[in-house]
Design a protein. Structure first.
Length: 269
């Protein structure tokens, strides 16, 4: 049986994706800097940022799912001034180029790339880096697919949790439809094997909600009482910051369902 190589397989989305692939009976190999204690997948030690181990990881691989990314904003759960000026390209651009080259050399049959909804209008440096990675995929002679997804619930949880010490929460009034990683993982697993290629329908959550409403529902679920200061944004500014409503596949899990699950499972994001 040929293997499916997953990059970013130790992250939130990646773990859910690997679970889906394993449950479906696929042979899964995960490219990671540090292997995890999980025996139902193969581990290929490597690093997209340097290229170490990338070619070796392709041995016997027919499908690559590139879910790796490096967003300092997501890792911190908030912005710093530097995020408005630059974002590191080592994984999302240079790493994607290395992965595409190795996949081409290995004769990979399908390269599935995970990206973000709204990149064409976004202005943040991280969005420009993600768009540059997409362009590399589109230029590749490989048979490729690109799936754009809305921001994940766990990222919103991280952002809002960092506001919890403030008596007043300044949040934008813009609306969007964030999504659960398990819904995205299921969609990616389907796209990898459905025989289609090219630009796929983007995926978002089931609800179009303002950030103000998301914050209120978060407070209700966490037992917090804080004043919320809505910050008006023009449509252009909102789109530039990635606040859009996706036009494609809709996931099934709502924001409130996700918050309830995290509380019941004792998960901390």
């Amino acid at each position: 049986m040929s293997a499916v190589l997953v990059t970013g397989g130790t992250g939130h989305l990646g773990r859910d994706l690997v679970d889906r692939l394993v449950q479906a009976g696929h042979k899964v190999r995960v490219l990671a800097r540090t292997p995890q204690p999980r025996a139902d997948v193969e581990w290929a030690v490597g690093d997209l940022a340097t290229g170490a181990g990338v070619h070796a990881a392709m041995d016997g691989v027919s499908i690559v799912i590139n879910a790796a990314t490096h967003s300092p904003i997501a890792r911190r759960g908030g912005f710093r001034p530097i995020d408005f000026f630059r974002s590191p390209p080592a994984v999302d651009v240079d790493g994607t180029a290395r992965l595409l080259a190795a996949a081409h050399d290995a004769g990979v049959q399908h390269f599935l790339h995970v990206s973000i909804v709204g990149l064409d209008d976004a202005t943040l440096p991280y969005a420009r880096v993600k768009l540059a990675g997409e362009q590399l995929v589109r230029q590749s002679p490989l048979r490729w697919s690109i799936v754009r997804a809305m921001p994940f619930y766990y990222l919103l949880e991280n952002f809002l949790a960092r506001l919890s010490w403030l008596p007043v929460w300044p949040v934008p009034k813009a609306s969007f439809n964030p999504v659960d990683t398990t819904d995205v993982a299921g969609y990616l697993a389907a796209c990898a094997f459905d025989g289609n290629a090219g630009d796929r329908a983007e995926i978002g959550g089931p609800e179009d909600l303002s950030f103000v409403m998301l914050a209120r529902e978060y407070q209700a679920a966490r037992g917090l009482r804080r004043a919320i200061l809505p910050l008006p944004l023009s449509e252009k500014s909102a789109r530039g910051m990635g606040f859009v409503v996706s036009q494609g596949v809709r996931g099934g899990r709502s924001w409130m369902d996700w918050l309830s699950r995290c509380r019941d499972d004792g998960e901390a994001s």
